[in-house]
Unconditional design. Structure first.
Length: 276
């Protein structure tokens, strides 16, 4: 599973932890009713799938925006379940997970994993079974983040590149349709026509590969900040890493602006070509 369950770095910094989840003077303790609402559905599901939780669950953590300082009234509650279920089997059954139930206005999403990678890559993590924080980010560290306007300016580089490739692909597709429609009656030599069609088909494939590679580059740029802790160095000299890094912030901004949906649309077209 690719780790998509990270704090939303584009949401404003709040004054406390999420009051819908936590209680206490500083809202540090998970509410009992919330704990039960999180555990009961996944325990029942595991039993149904033939994996009793007593035998197969190692740990359960809440990670992501709902346990951080940047959440909203509808932020997802991301629950990482460390299990001994075979990773190949996890890939087969993960779509059947009981995701989407609402805890107040918060959708609950479960993720099965064979390790604690999700927890190690998150800046905030709460152990549901032990009722303890295993990772807690200081609010002061978030407030030192790169200015939004600065991030937006850098993000334009990625957006303009994606837009350019998409426009090129759409234009090439129109040209290919036109070439396929013309005939000798239009004064076109058939041999020349077939040569132009082959050339245009190659250009279309290159367009789609460019879009695919752009997506890979964005993922790699973001993952770099989590994998080796090295974020891109900036002239303005604001040091950040992991979730608050410029790498991840740009990725989240591109995501929030709907560009990954665009990329996925064209990647599906690429997959169709690969199957031909």
């Amino acid at each position: 599973m690719e780790n998509e369950i990270l704090e939303n770095v584009l949401d404003p910094v709040t004054q406390t932890r999420c009051k819908d989840l936590f209680i206490g003077p500083d809202y540090q303790v998970l509410q009992t009713k919330v704990k039960n609402q999180i555990l009961d559905p996944i325990y029942k599901w595991l039993e149904k799938m033939g994996y009793p939780y007593e035998e197969h669950v190692r740990s359960i953590h809440i990670i992501g925006s709902s346990v951080g300082w940047q959440y909203t009234n509808t932020s997802d509650i991301d629950v990482s379940i460390e299990t001994d279920i075979d990773p190949a089997k996890i890939k087969q059954i993960w779509k059947l997970l009981p995701n989407g139930q609402l805890l107040k206005e918060h959708p609950v999403n479960y993720y099965l994993t064979s390790d604690l990678k999700d927890v190690s890559e998150s800046e905030n993590a709460y152990d549901v079974l032990k009722d303890v924080w295993v990772k807690k980010q200081n609010k002061e560290d978030i407030e030192k983040r790169v200015p939004f306007s600065y991030i937006m300016e850098i993000t334009k580089f990625f957006l303009s590149g994606v837009d350019d490739r998409i426009q090129e692909y759409e234009a090439d597709k129109v040209e290919l349709d036109y070439l396929n429609s013309v005939s000798k009656d239009d004064g076109v030599d058939e041999q020349e026509k077939q040569k132009l069609i082959a050339q245009k088909e190659t250009e279309l494939k290159a367009d789609l590969d460019s879009i695919y590679i752009a997506h890979l580059m964005l993922k790699g740029f973001r993952n770099q900040a989590f994998r080796d802790g090295h974020a891109a160095d900036l002239i303005i000299d604001i040091k950040s890493k992991g979730n608050s890094s410029i790498n991840n912030t740009i990725y989240k901004m591109v995501e929030k602006m709907g560009y990954f949906e665009k990329l996925e649309k064209y990647e599906k077209e690429r997959e169709k070509l690969l199957k031909k």
